[in-house]
Design a protein around this ligand. Structure first.
Ligand SMILES: Nc1nc(=O)c2c([nH]1)NC[C@@H]1CN(c3ccc(C(=O)N[C@@H](CCC(=O)O)C(=O)O)cc3)C=[N+]21
Length: 363
């Protein structure tokens, strides 16, 4: 029975999953959102996964799986993102008509990583589609920090630029912290400036911008009609750009929040208590059916390439959550691709619009 239920995640145990080397990928991969790496020998999370093998560790979960013939609703990030882009398009044309201003977004790309170039191209396309002007500075891999800082300060001073995004990761010889700190907080559409994060963490304070991916996760919950207040939420992963701000946002929405990470002793048991799970680890199919409370809502941030001979590209993208198993237990789930990814870009556009509205005092 178990092998039938879990058949489609058979390649999902960490040991069996073949992560593709970065160099072979021309598009999206998960490094950006990977807050910690697992090595097969020494992490408790991994031991748990392997120990579980193909069968659920809890008989009660198995019963629940068999009892509920219904499958989860799909939270369609692609179509929700489209709806948001349409709203943004309308707002931008209203602003243009009223005050003759359109938002401008500057993207700074350093180096020639293929995946970063793809992201930047997609962001520019998205800007065009809603009427945001986009500016790009593409610097060579061996640029100095000073050169990047010079561009940032140029964009900081340019009134037609309302938002600045420094594409991550930066080349390893650069001090990311120093560079991100240089972005004017009024233009920090990524929400990575420590002052914005600090305000996000404090009650009664308002950040100027909230990081795009976590904001997209919450927006998906809202637009799908999921109540957050009073619910138990578990965030898996504690990165500065996704896990940590996602946990802060859920807390601001009055959820009771736990963070599960690579040193958590009993990740499965803690995750199984959650009404809402946000997973942002960067590990294919890590969250198995046995980790999920029946009826939970799952937001899967992972975008992980795994080898797939049947696909034309030689790989396909999977989330952190074993989708086939989760569908049978959760009440709603985001797919990968087509879930959180498109929302990240929609939130970047939304932050760029807010930046322009704020500086021109346009309501
Ligand atoms: N300063 C900075 N800000 C970022 O926001 C930032 C960054 N650096 N570096 C790279 C990551 C990654 N990221 C994604 C955006 C969209 C999709 C996306 O739209 N994915 C689609 C397409 C997947 C496919 O290739 O088929 C999907 O999930 O459906 C994914 C990932 C933003 N990032």
């Amino acid at each position: 029975m178990a092998s039938v239920i879990f058949a489609d995640c058979s390649s999902s145990t960490a040991a069996a999953t073949r992560f593709l080397p970065l160099s072979r990928l021309s598009v999206l991969h998960s490094h950006w959102s990977m807050p910690f790496k697992f090595s097969p020998s020494n992490h408790s999370l991994l031991r748990t996964i392997v120990a579980n093998g193909h069968s659920p560790s809890s008989p009660s979960v198995l019963t629940a799986v068999m009892a509920s013939a219904t499958s989860a609703t799909i939270i369609d990030g692609k179509s929700i993102a489209k709806q948001i882009r349409d709203e943004i398009t309308a707002e931008i044309s209203r602003m243009k008509d009223a005050i003759g201003v359109v938002p401008g977004l500057a993207v700074i790309l350093v180096g020639d990583r293929k995946d970063s170039a793809t992201y930047v191209r997609n962001k520019k396309k998205a800007c065009e589609s809603v009427g945001i002007n986009s500016y790009e500075a593409h610097l060579p891999e061996d640029s100095t920090e000073q050169e990047v800082l010079k561009y940032i300060s140029g964009f900081n001073d340019d009134p037609s630029v309302h938002g600045i995004l420094v594409q991550l990761p930066l080349p390893s010889h650069m001090n990311e912290q120093k560079i991100l700190n240089a972005v004017s907080i009024e233009k920090d559409v990524d929400g990575f400036h420590p002052l914005n994060i600090g305000r996000l963490a404090m009650r009664g304070r308002e950040p100027l911008f909230v990081p795009c991916t976590p904001k997209g996760c919450i927006e998906l919950l809202h637009r799908h009609g999921v109540q957050i207040e009073g619910k138990r939420a578990v965030v898996i992963g504690r990165s500065n750009i996704v896990g940590m701000p996602a946990a802060l946002l859920l807390q601001r929405e009055d959820a009771t929040v736990s963070i599960v990470h690579s040193r958590t002793k009993n990740p499965e048991e803690i995750t199984r208590q959650a009404d809402i799970i946000i997973s942002a680890v960067g590990m294919p199919n890590m969250v198995r059916g046995s980790w999920i409370k029946p009826g939970a809502v799952i937001i899967d941030v992972g975008i992980n390439p795994v080898e797939d001979a049947k696909s034309a590209r030689g790989y396909r993208l999977v989330g952190d959550v074993c989708y086939e198993e989760a569908c049978k237990i959760a009440s709603a789930i985001t797919p990968v691709p087509g879930g959180v990814g498109p929302m990240t870009i929609a939130m970047l556009l939304s932050n760029s619009l807010s930046a322009a509205k704020r500086v021109h005092n346009f309501k």
